[in-house]
Design a binder for this molecule. Structure first.
Ligand code: FAD
Ligand code: NAP
Length: 249
């Protein structure tokens, strides 16, 4: 099997100067909501590809494929992706990978999804799945961004709230400006001091909850530690727990 398949950019949506969504048409890639594939662009003259991992935002049955990403200053691939326009070629790995998926997460009363920045991407795909709403009575999406204008995909989040009224809560952290209706500070501290649980109005405990965490690895580490104070631990197939994580770098 060839390593990458060629796709075509359908559209590039710019949310802010550095946050974009790339929509891509390409052949079939099977994946479970929460998984990622690799996007690649040619590098040099020898046909080599330069690739990075990106989570699917779309549900498996939806087309085009969609990826939500941030331009990292000096980052070798993200800035190049941002220069692509409709009709341009982009390459994708023909397979998907990743364990941030509901098939790896045990049942519970409620499901918490904790994200920083673009870490919301896999959760958008998961929230579109029937499985999530069949298996968990209540779901809480927690997003942390530096600035309020970095809250992308509000239309999708609002639609989910309407569709699952009374079962879907959202909590937003804006860390670098003061915005009403949002929490200040960071997710791990708010787990420790009880602000997160209070804001959601949903129990966060080893008995009632499963937690999926995605994004900044320092946030992932600190959140796992804070949840540990509540008696929660990483879930492993052989040693069941309550926490499933994905680090973006
Ligand atoms: C499993 C997995 C899934 C991923 N899914 C996504 C995704 O859906 N969207 C996305 O934007 N990125 C995602 N990433 C990160 C992505 O693969 C790239 O690292 C990122 O786009 C930057 O690429 P780069 O080549 O420009 O810089 P890189 O050399 O890859 O990164 C340079 C530095 O940028 C910072 N950085 C990297 N990614 C991010 C990010 N997402 N947010 C904030 N800072 C970052 C880190 O400090 C990193 O060391 C994922 C990574 C993994 C491992
Ligand atoms: N070009 C530009 O203008 C520009 C501007 C900003 C960033 N950047 C780049 O973009 C990338 C950052 O992207 P981003 O803002 O999406 O991601 P981020 O730095 O991970 O920040 C997203 C959210 O995560 C929080 N966070 C960070 N570390 C945490 C921790 N240990 N525990 C809990 N929460 C934590 C942040 O809070 P805090 O605010 O408290 O850290 C913020 O609310 C970096 O590569 C940066 O260099 C570029």
């Amino acid at each position: 099997m060839e390593k990458f398949i060629q796709g075509k950019v359908v559209a590039q949506r710019r949310w802010t100067a550095r946050l974009l969504s790339l929509q891509v048409d390409a052949g079939p890639i099977g994946f479970e909501p929460g998984q990622f594939t690799k996007l690649a662009l040619p590098e040099g003259d020898e046909g080599r590809m330069f690739a990075r991992a990106y989570s699917f935002v779309n549900a498996p049955e939806e087309r085009p494929y969609e990826f939500y990403y941030v331009i990292v200053p000096e980052g070798p691939l993200s800035g190049r992706l941002a220069r692509l326009e409709a009709g341009d070629a982009v390459w994708l790995s023909p397979g998907a990978a990743g364990f941030l998926v509901l098939s790896e997460v045990p049942d519970a009363d409620n499901l918490w999804l904790l994200a920083t920045g673009t870490g919301i991407a896999p959760f958008l795909s998961i929230l579109k799945s029937e499985t999530a709403w069949r298996r968990y009575q209540r779901i809480v999406l927690v997003e942390a961004v530096r600035h309020a204008d970095e809250l992308a995909y509000r239309d999708q989040v609002e639609r989910l709230k309407r569709e699952h009224a009374g079962r879907f809560e959202t909590v937003v952290f804006v860390s670098r400006e003061s915005v009403s209706g949002t929490l200040a500070g960071r997710i791990p501290q708010a787990i420790l001091d009880g602000r997160l649980e209070a804001a959601a109005g949903v129990e966060l405990s080893a008995a009632a909850s499963q937690v999926m965490i995605c994004g900044n690895p320092d946030m992932v580490r600190d959140s796992v530690q804070a949840l540990g104070e509540r008696g929660m631990k990483k879930h492993r197939r052989r040693r069941p727990g309550q926490i499933t994580v994905e680090n973006y770098w």
